[in-house]
Design a protein around this ligand. Structure first.
Ligand SMILES: O=C([O-])CC(=O)C(=O)O
Ligand SMILES: [Mg+2]
Length: 214
């Protein structure tokens, strides 16, 4: 699929996968590290782009999770890790907005994460980043500030499961299709956001995002 069609990955939005708990503990402690990818879904109607504010649902306490997003370019099913990156069409920077209070509730009751992860405006994203602009998705530096204060820094080399491993894993049980998005997981440490806050972030390659919390 031509990159120009993928530019509209939000308008043509399909499945949105989130990878959870996918950054290595900076202390080197591997005792709690996940043994296989942990995944959840967001709905395509959760997407917003710059200029649209992030809304805080009544009763929700939100954190921002800045992540590298992988946009699928070609249909793939049961691909190996070594083939996986051939199916990438491009990338984006995404904010996996998460209701931490609802997440605590879900975890303590063994409930699904649907409510804490997927709600209106929970998936702010950057413009489409052509694949050529990120030659190595395993070495992408990410940063995020809230009101100008540094909140998150990371590098995708510290992912537990790489973009290729995530694509291969998902494609064993789900056909991945053009415009599907995989949010690869968030580096330390997201913070609580409040009405009026300004969230900015980016990757070292130069693409940035800026979202206001309503
Ligand atoms: O919010 C969480 O706990 C899980 C998650 O999405 C991430 O680690 O990126
Ligand atoms: Mg996340």
């Amino acid at each position: 699929m031509a990159a120009s069609r993928l530019k509209d990955f939000v308008k043509n939005g399909r499945k949105i996968y989130g990878a959870a708990l996918n950054y290595k503990d900076p202390s080197g402690d591997t005792s709690k590290q996940i043994q296989e990818p942990v995944l959840f879904f967001k709905a395509p109607s959760d997407y917003i782009t710059e200029g649209t504010p992030i809304e805080i649902p009544v009763g929700f306490t939100l954190v921002e999770e800045l992540e590298l997003g992988v946009i699928i370019g070609k249909t793939c099913k049961k691909v190996t890790e070594s083939e996986a990156l051939d199916y990438v069409g491009g990338y984006c920077i995404g904010l996996d907005m998460t209701a931490v209070n609802e997440m605590v509730k879900a975890r303590s009751n063994n409930w699904p994460w649907t409510r804490c992860k997927s709600f209106d405006t929970s998936c702010p994203v950057s413009v489409f980043i052509p694949k050529e602009e990120i030659p190595d998705p395993n070495n992408v530096e990410l940063w995020c500030t809230i009101n100008g204060r540094l909140q998150q820094v990371g590098n995708t080399k510290d992912l537990v499961f790489s973009a290729a491993q995530l694509i291969s894993f998902i494609s064993q049980t789900h056909t991945l299709e053009p415009n599907d998005l995989i949010l690869t997981g968030t580096p330390p440490t997201p913070g609580i956001v409040h009405s009026g806050d300004v969230i900015e972030g980016g990757i070292k390659e130069g693409i940035t995002i800026k979202f206001i919390v309503n």
